[in-house]
Design a protein around this ligand. Structure first.
Ligand code: NAP
Length: 248
């Protein structure tokens, strides 16, 4: 048996329309999973075409993950179509960067609701069927900012550190029921989120990456695939840093 295969599994991915989430969805489809992919504003037509080409089922669900009812509707969509959730990836995330002195309450609330409260909402809905099945793998996407801190990202770093504490606690709650909960903490990954950054900042960051390059969305998807598959069957409560060595 190929242990990296997700054949016969159902995965839910939030924020799958662009960047890292899209790469994760693609990796899951190629590994044989059927996927319930969430987007907020960007339709996922190309992923639908890929799924059809590969003979996989892909269900797309428009939902704003900062809203608890939307998160519950997302998990319900998976349950009504596939009757199970084997893998849940909380990837959707936003930045509203500015120094704390200038940060308004709206920038704090939006980042916490989208990056952290969403993880609470989807996990709370998904652990019930996972516990019933005595199986499941949850992967939450954090960031090296949540480990190292980053000037201009008090809201974002707090949300991403929160994801790590949340995941370790949930891992302890559900381990005896066969459900694993892990975190992937990306470093600097090329995507719409980082494309807008000033060239000077990009150069400075590049200097701090021992492997000498920015990460690609596929670098994160590979780590997520490992944590989703049976290859990582003895791994739970872990934060896997995928950053070219930046945070060590
Ligand atoms: P991105 O290119 O900006 O894509 C963000 C994705 O999240 C999009 O698919 C977007 O969907 C979705 N999203 C945003 N708000 C949403 C909401 N309220 N409800 C549902 N979906 C929503 O970002 P990325 O670089 O791929 O980042 C993905 C994750 O990795 C995030 O959690 C981010 O914090 C984390 N991360 C990224 C980096 C990096 O260097 N890029 C580093 C560390 C951690 P729509 O387009 O449909 O709105």
């Amino acid at each position: 048996m190929n242990m990296t295969s997700l054949e016969g599994k159902t995965a839910v991915v939030t924020g799958g329309s662009r960047g890292i989430g899209r790469a994760i969805t693609e990796a899951f489809l190629r590994a044989g999973a059927d996927v319930v992919v969430n987007y907020n504003k960007t339709p996922v037509d190309e992923l639908k075409a890929l799924a059809a080409e590969l003979g996989r089922q892909l269900v797309d669900v428009q939902a704003d993950v900062s809203q608890t009812a939307d998160c519950e509707r997302l998990i319900e969509a998976a349950m009504s179509t596939f009757k199970k959730v084997d893998v849940l990836v909380n990837n959707a995330g936003i930045t509203r960067d500015t120094l704390l002195m200038r940060m308004d309450e709206a920038a704090w609330d939006a980042v916490i609701a989208t990056n952290l409260k969403s993880v609470f909402s989807t996990c709370r809905a998904a652990v019930k069927p996972m516990i019933r099945a005595r199986a499941g793998s949850i992967i939450n996407i954090s960031s090296v900012s949540g480990i190292m801190g980053n000037a201009g990202q008090c809201n974002y770093a707090a949300s991403k550190a929160g994801v790590i504490g949340f995941s370790k606690s949930l891992a302890r709650e559900v381990a005896a029921r066969g459900v694993r909960v892990n975190v992937v903490a990306p470093g600097f990954i090329t995507s719409d989120m980082t494309d807008g950054l000033d060239e000077k900042i990009r150069e400075k960051v590049l200097h701090e990456i021992p492997l000498g390059r920015f990460g690609q969305p596929a670098d994160i998807a590979n780590a997520v695939l490992f944590l989703a598959s049976d290859l990582s069957g003895f791994v739970t409560g872990h934060t896997m840093v995928v950053d070219g060595g930046m945070a060590m």
